[in-house]
Design a protein around this ligand. Structure first.
Ligand code: SF4
Length: 319
């Protein structure tokens, strides 16, 4: 095989979504405005590089609100928090900045609305994920987590119960639809949500991977192990014809043997991944003869979310 036969199919869209962009900028602007340290509850987004870079600039990441000194500035991550966490912060007189993605807030609002209307809510998502904990915390008595197809078996409701399903924003679209079909077989009166909870960015990145996967001997997904949407991209690649697929935080984690015999390599990144890390992979694989890079675009994204109110410029018209 000659090097000219080697090719990279670069999926687009990939990388940062509007919610991650906003969350990272929230911490950056907070550091500029209030000075270090600024505390952040949990990882602002699930990406090692982003967290390490912000920590170097003075962000302090904590697991719990109770670890933050009284009166300090605290940013809530893109994944959202439950009302109980908001209360804790208030009790400690913390100055909070909420970087929850508006598309996660939308699911919180749905939970509140359907709980008030007397529904039992079947929340499809991954147990222990911060987003799920925050969302379920809006109405813990009526939210029932459905984690994978196995989660369907455990559920029992009476015919009189009003049921609706909602979901985490970063799931596999196909797997979620499989779970919904199983739920509907078991509970025929189950209602659909008013709109998709799996967000546009998660869906777009999966569609782009589906487009390249059938042609790829290998698909590299740049993203962290605790990033739900990044892990789903590996699964989607494998389910759609990629011979192999791996998740890496950094280019140097690519094992040389993964590239052996590969003619066409796919490359994408999760919604919390800065483009510099994708470029690192392109630089590395170029050293192995993968110089021909073709971008495969399946959607264009223009969505931008405004910063939390406290960090917006006072009067943009004067700038
Ligand atoms: Fe928001 Fe989706 Fe990005 Fe999560 S992946 S931060 S829900 S846009």
């Amino acid at each position: 095989m000659t090097d000219t036969a080697k090719k990279v199919l670069l999926a687009a869209p990939r990388g940062y979504c509007a919610g991650v962009d906003r969350a990272v900028e929230t911490v950056e602007r907070a550091l500029e405005k209030y000075g270090a340290p600024v505390y952040v509850r949990k990882e602002i987004v699930h990406n090692r590089y982003v967290v390490d870079t912000l920590a170097e600039r003075g962000a302090i990441f904590v697991d719990e609100t109770t670890e933050v000194p009284e009166g300090a500035h605290l940013v809530f991550s893109a994944h959202g928090v439950s009302p109980a966490v908001h209360s804790e912060a208030k009790e400690l007189s913390l100055h909070t900045l909420d970087a929850t993605c508006p598309l996660v807030t939308k699911v919180h609002n749905e939970v509140k609305r359907f709980a008030k209307a007397g529904y039992q809510i079947l929340l499809i998502g991954h147990e222990g994920h911060e987003e799920v904990e925050g969302t379920a915390g809006e109405a813990p008595d009526v939210v029932h987590l459905v984690d994978g197809v196995e989660g369907v078996e455990r559920l029992e409701f009476s015919d009189d119960d009003k049921l609706i399903w909602l979901s985490q924003t970063t799931l596999s679209v196909d797997e979620t639809m499989t779970i919904v079909q199983l739920l509907k077989q078991k509970f025929p009166n189950l209602q659909d949500p008013p709109s998709d909870d799996i967000c546009y960015a998660t869906q777009n990145r999966q569609v782009a991977v589906k487009a390249i996967a059938p042609q790829c001997d290998l698909v590299i997904v740049v993203g962290s192990q605790n990033s739900s949407n990044s892990k789903r991209l590996v699964e989607v690649a494998l389910q759609n014809g990629a011979a192999a697929s791996y998740l890496v935080d950094y280019a140097h984690q690519i094992e040389p043997e993964w590239l052996e015999g590969v003619k066409t390599m796919g490359l994408t990144s999760g919604a919390s991944v800065p483009e510099i890390l994708v470029q690192g992979v392109l630089d590395l694989v170029a050293e192995h003869g993968f110089n021909d890079v073709e971008t495969v675009t399946t959607a264009s994204e223009k969505l931008v979310f405004g910063l939390p109110r406290e960090l917006r410029p006072a009067d943009r018209s004067k700038r």
